[in-house]
Design a protein around this ligand. Structure first.
Ligand code: NAD
Ligand code: UD1
Length: 323
């Protein structure tokens, strides 16, 4: 399967690219580099030992996205591209609505035009506004307190409407809390433009001496030490969540399964289209929620691992147990 990673050169995107490749996915990175550097992808290439197709373009421009979809068969999109600074969004709301909402609208239009209807979207815990209690659960009421948050909220609504209009769409909304940390190689990480907005980069830049001192914004909140409580998550764990989301939403047609097997065995598998088999049905797939709730069990391995392991068995034992 080939995944288009919009905003793939950015902080979370670059870390996710590593795990996608390690899980056996092919990827294309698409970024306009308004908040990223090509160096991040050069370093990801070093980590994974592979060349990564990188297309410079803007999600707001159909012709840029068409170039990607015309050059590659894209099976799903992980959509990180967007602007993310809350303070800036208050000063420049139109830029946020243009980049985030309009950009996502154009992306969905181009995806639909090319028959690609699977998307994992980077939403944010900001869509819970100021929650009435904690911990926050997915069914808590949604609201926004700034244009950045509103852009995420509107995109979620747009994607929900899209699904209602055409249930062939597979849509995962991931609401991140506070990603921090970096890949264990120490070669890629968060590189914010200018003065960091977020706590962790500020602590790190103060520790290295770039900043003289950091401000703790308020110590009179009703918390254990009076300072703000957040839910920090290692960026590699968050990246892994994207691979899991892809695996989970991937139901596979026969031809997609053949393609995944071809990727695992490194050669073409000849096939031809034959008449329907008697008694077959079009679609059959499970909702695993109940097993997870009752047994605490969930499948761990995606289609690429399934094909890789099947091929290892078949190629080591061409005649099965007879050999
Ligand atoms: P980032 O700025 O490092 O990555 C975003 C990437 O998108 C950048 O590489 C940027 O150059 C690119 N981009 C922006 N606008 C574009 C456009 N119009 N066309 C093409 N590329 C464009 O940010 P990140 O921290 O990696 O965040 C990724 C996504 O996750 C964002 O959508 C953000 O809103 C969301 N998110 C981030 C956090 C966080 O704390 N980092 C929390 C919640 C949600
Ligand atoms: C911010 C965004 C949120 C986004 C999240 C992750 C706001 C209002 N919200 O959330 O939408 O999803 O980042 O990108 O900006 N702090 C300091 N000193 C600093 C910086 C921060 O004390 O120099 C404090 C803050 O007041 C807060 C905590 O550290 O209590 C975390 O701040 P930050 O890293 O900006 O994340 P969020 O506020 O959770």
């Amino acid at each position: 399967m080939r995944i288009l990673v919009t905003g793939g050169a950015g902080y979370i995107g670059s870390h996710t690219c590593i795990l996608l490749i390690e899980a056996g996915y092919d990827i294309v990175v698409f970024d306009n580099f308004c908040n990223a550097s090509k160096e991040s992808i050069a370093r990801v290439e070093k980590i994974v030992g592979k060349t990564i197709p990188l297309i410079e373009g803007d999600i707001r421009y159909k012709e840029d996205l068409n170039r990607v979809f015309e050059s590659y068969t894209i099976d799903a999109v992980i959509h990180f591209a967007g602007l993310k600074a809350v303070g800036e969004s208050v000063e420049k709301p139109l830029e946020y609505y243009d980049n985030n909402i309009y950009g996502t609208l154009v992306l969905c239009q181009v995806m639909a035009a090319h028959g690609c209807k699977s998307i994992v979207f980077s939403s944010s815990a900001t869509v819970y506004g100021d929650p009435h209690s904690t911990p926050i659960k997915e069914d808590f009421p949604l609201s926004a307190t700034n244009p950045y948050g509103r852009s995420k909220l509107f995109i979620e609504e747009m994607l929900r409407d899209l699904y209602v209009s055409d249930p062939e769409w597979k849509i995962v909304l991931l609401r991140y809390f506070n990603p921090i940390g970096a890949h264990e190689s120490g070669t890629i990480g968060e590189d914010p433009n200018g003065i960091p907005n977020n706590l962790l980069p500020f602590i790190a830049q103060t520790a290295i001496g770039t900043r003289a001192c950091l401000s703790v914004f308020g110590d009179d909140y009703d918390t254990v030490d009076g300072t703000g409580v957040r839910d920090y998550i290692h960026v590699m764990d968050l990246a892994d969540g994207h691979v899991k989301a892809l695996d989970k939403m991937s139901t596979f047609t026969e031809i997609m399964t053949i393609k995944a097997f071809e990727a695992a065995c490194g050669k073409k598998v000849p096939y031809s289209i034959a008449p329907r088999r008697a008694g077959d049905i079009a679609t059959c797939f499970a909702d695993p929620t109940y097993a997870k709730a009752v047994l605490g069990w969930e499948a761990q391995r995606g289609i690429n691992e399934m094909c890789k392991d099947s091929w290892r068995w078949q190629s080591n034992n061409p005649q099965g147990y007879k050999s």
